[in-house]
Design a binder for this molecule. Structure first.
Ligand code: SR1
Ligand code: MG
Length: 422
């Protein structure tokens, strides 16, 4: 499409995209017969399902502002460019785990991609009490592959630096995370909200907590300065779509070079929030217990699979400028290589726990809440669930270097679940 940016509507989409071979060839030649519905329920963009007589596709278009807030918060269209480049890079590193991209129009900030069906958003599956069997395994694999293979452990150094420079321009999306995740929860920022008055006392306590605020700022420093790997950048359970045997990771518009532990921490934080929300789910005590066990086990599985895949890549794909094999051989005498890997993974787990804690805090104290808690209509119950999560988040931020295994962290989660009330 030529011309200046213009937001699509269900009414204008067929006329505006109806002559694109990438769409007509896939969904049906007669655009007059296309059915278009806008299904976007995220915070930022328009998302259309376009169905023709052959097939259906997704058309995702960025808006020049934050949809959740409105035009008073402008946001550049170029996030669509970064999403396109992240989708294609991650697809080459974790094949079959992203939606296939059919077409990209930079000026119109739109991406045409595979319509994933019968997939559902992982967060919605959890809220419905479902237990997708392979999500944890697949997400562990996805993170290990996309993070390792985009880092200086693997990539050609020049190529990685060029990618670092390319994604550095995604500064406005980084700015959202820098403020919304790492700063706003820890002071009375304008756009913050929490379950009030139930949580008022605890929120004041956390915002007066010197140790917590300092650690949150150290984590922000790490997020801003440690350009280790190409992150998804917004890897929560709303960015994952599943069936019983397929997992896809969507929406990498926040992609940039940052600390590997950020993706890991954000993802497992969202499993812990699903865990702490169970008392608010109307599915019966037995099913709630099952869900809790499933969610904690999933966190351990994500990490176990991540470690296994990362270690395998460490042996076979460590071709970059870090921990070179000429210095740390993989061969018979591999003690140095194994120690380096063990140290790196231990640090990664510790950092991931810190990031998980701030992600939990921002989803309860900041602007962008999540449906796990928001769908609990009884506000006293919601506050009880949120208070447990907040206290758990504080504990894993402050004690993050103490844990060697996720089983220990899950035992702590169970303690907060069982003992602490709001
Ligand atoms: C203003 S955007 C708020 C949040 O929505 C996105 O999904 C990211 O999580 C961001 O922090
Ligand atoms: Mg998103």
């Amino acid at each position: 499409m030529d011309g200046a940016f213009l937001a699509l509507t269900p009414e204008t989409l067929p006329a505006r995209l109806g002559s694109l071979d990438e769409l007509t060839g896939r969904i049906g030649a007669d655009a007059g017969k296309w059915k278009v519905s806008e299904v976007g329920d995220g915070n930022l963009n328009l998302v259309f399902v376009v169905t023709g007589d052959r097939d259906a596709v997704i058309v995702k278009q960025a808006l020049p502002y934050v949809r959740l807030v409105g035009e008073k918060w402008p946001l550049p269209l170029k996030r669509s460019f970064f999403e396109f480049h992240a989708l294609t890079r991650q697809a080459s590193r974790a094949p079959g785990m992203l939606p296939e991209v059919f077409y990209f129009d930079e000026a119109q900030a739109l991406i045409v991609m595979e319509y994933l069906t019968p997939h559902v958003i992982l967060r919605k599956a959890f809220i419905a009490g479902e237990q997708p069997p392979n999500a944890a395994r697949d997400l562990g694999t996805f993170m290990a592959r996309t993070l390792f293979l985009s880092s200086d452990l693997h990539m050609n150094a020049r190529q990685r630096k060029m990618d670092l420079a390319l994604f550095a321009d995604n500064a406005e999306l980084c700015d959202i995370t820098e403020n919304l995740v790492f700063s706003d929860p820890y002071y009375a920022a304008e756009l913050n909200a929490h379950t009030s008055p139930q949580l008022d006392g605890l929120v004041a306590e956390l915002r007066a907590d010197v140790e917590l605020k300092v650690e949150a700022q150290k984590l922000k420093q790490m997020f801003v300065t440690r350009a280790e790997a190409l992150l998804h950048g917004d890897l929560h359970t709303g960015s994952v779509m599943v069936t019983a045997d397929d997992t896809r990771v969507i929406d990498p518009e926040f992609a940039f070079y940052g600390p590997m532990a950020f993706d890991v921490g954000m993802l497992i934080a969202n499993f812990w929030m699903a865990y702490f929300s169970q008392d608010g789910r109307d599915i019966g005590a037995e099913k709630r217990d099952q869900m809790r066990r499933y969610l904690l086990q999933s966190i351990e599985d994500i990490w176990r699979v991540f470690v296994g895949e990362f270690s395998m890549l460490w042996s076979s794909e460590r071709k970059g400028i870090l921990y070179q094999q000429c210095v740390l051989a993989n061969g018979d005498d591999n003690a140095a290589s194994e120690k380096a890997l063990a140290d790196l993974l231990r640090q990664l787990l510790s950092d991931a726990l810190g990031f998980a804690g701030v992600e939990i805090h921002r989803r309860i104290l900041g602007l962008a809440h999540n449906a796990d808690f928001e769908t609990i209509e009884d506000r006293d119950m919601r506050a009880t669930c949120e208070a447990r999560a907040l206290r758990f988040g504080r504990a894993i931020i402050l004690d993050r270097s103490r844990f060697g295994h996720l089983q220990e962290v899950n035992r702590l989660a169970a303690e907060f679940q069982n003992k602490v009330s709001s």
